[in-house]
Design a protein around this ligand. Structure first.
Ligand code: CP3
Length: 344
């Protein structure tokens, strides 16, 4: 089973696509909500035993073909000394957002990443628990632009107006911040791999707000630097790149050096397949809202996507973005069963 996922991630043909879901450990699961009553989100992502338990919850329940480390992309901001808080019903908050050159210059990280060492303690514990399932562990990090957006805005934003302001009036500060995030992300990913992560996904959720030129300047350049650095040391570890709106930027994404592009639900994956060279894999892209459909409609949509993506070569089934808290667990079971029993 580990091989099914790794083969698909490395662009090889498979009998069926492997399936996992972004945010597969989360609030749609009663087991997760039960633990969450006792612990804050920050607590849950900071203790190796809790990280292990939560990472395993969706594996025990649904038998996905891969596990993803339970953590959050904003941990690299923490590592740089800019702590994030997760506020109930509001999401991530930075009490001291990065707005000036001095703010950005003050950030630094300890190369051994001791302040987030709980992640590297959790990874071997998770690997041990995964042995009977024979599935791999995916590590991940946020892309510099997406993490920087939160650090600059100070919280989730629908407009990224502070980021836009900075890119126009003070691009040097943005560049300093992106450079620092790039360095910490390279160190963080390398350490996840040397602790046991078998694949890596980079999340660039907010890049869709960028213009064509700014995508190249503020997203592509830094993500490429990360992928090149990781590939140099770990050439056989597959790297996935998720971007919302990524299909708008395919000419750039093709050149990233990622093994797999994970795309959102607003593109036709079959058409994208025809535009990409053969060695680049694809992941996605069921509409996350389809998970709320009546089961026959949901099943029909899954089957249509599977049919579109045949013959299966370098294809991993996933949603076009993270699973939402209101999704019924029976619908998750339905899509896992449908994908697993679909042999071409
Ligand atoms: O995929 C996984 O299962 C691994 C864990 C994971 C989480 N967040 C857990 C989480 C991953 C890979 C992420 C990525 C992440 N986090 C992204 C990029 C992908 C995306 O979904 O857009 C972003 C932008 C974040 C930042 C973040 N973290 C936000 C905006 C929020 C609040 C979201 C909300 O709906 O309230 C979080 C919190 C968060 N991260 C939760 C989980 C399970 C919910 C925490 C809780 O309250 O229990």
């Amino acid at each position: 089973m580990t091989q099914l996922f790794i083969n698909a991630a490395l662009g090889q043909p498979t009998k069926r696509p492997p399936i996992w879901l972004m945010r597969q450990a989360g609030r749609y699961m009663p087991q997760y909500r039960k633990l969450r009553e006792k612990h804050s989100f920050k607590e849950m992502m900071s203790h190796p035993d809790l990280i292990t338990e939560i990472t395993l919850q969706p594996i025990h329940e649904f038998h996905f073909d891969a596990a993803i480390l339970f953590s959050d992309i904003l941990i690299t901001a923490d590592a740089l000394g800019c702590p994030v808080k997760f506020v109930e019903k509001k999401g991530p908050v930075f009490e001291s957002p990065i707005r000036t050159k001095q703010d950005a210059q003050q950030l630094s990280f300890d190369p051994s990443l001791t302040n987030i060492s709980f992640v590297f303690k959790a990874i071997p514990m998770i690997k041990q628990e995964l042995i009977p399932f024979d599935i791999p562990l995916i590590g991940f990090a946020g892309s510099p632009f997406t993490v920087a957006s939160y650090m600059i805005e100070g919280q989730s934003s629908q407009t990224l107006s502070e980021v836009k302001k900075m890119s126009a009036h003070d691009p040097e500060t943005l560049t300093i911040l992106l450079d620092k995030l790039t360095e910490v992300t390279i160190a963080y990913i390398k350490k996840q791999i040397s602790s046991g992560a078998q694949a890596i996904q980079l999340f660039d959720t907010w890049a869709e707000y960028l213009s064509w030129d700014h995508f190249k300047e503020f997203s592509f350049t830094y993500n490429k630097k990360i992928i090149d650095a990781v590939k140099l040391e770990f050439p056989h570890i597959p790297i996935f790149f998720f971007s919302r709106g990524g299909s708008l930027f395919l000419p750039f994404l093709k050149e990233l050096g990622a093994n797999v592009l994970s795309l959102d639900w607003r593109c036709n994956l079959k058409e994208v397949r025809q535009q990409l060279p053969d060695h680049i894999g694809l992941q996605g892209n069921l509409d996350p809202y389809a998970m709320l459909d009546p089961q026959p409609i949901l099943k029909e949509k899954v089957l249509r996507l599977l049919q579109d993506m045949q013959p299966f070569k370098g294809y991993i089934f996933n949603l076009g973005h993270g699973i939402m808290p209101q999704v019924p667990v029976e619908n998750v079971r339905l899509i896992v069963d449908t994908v697993k029993s679909y042999i071409q």
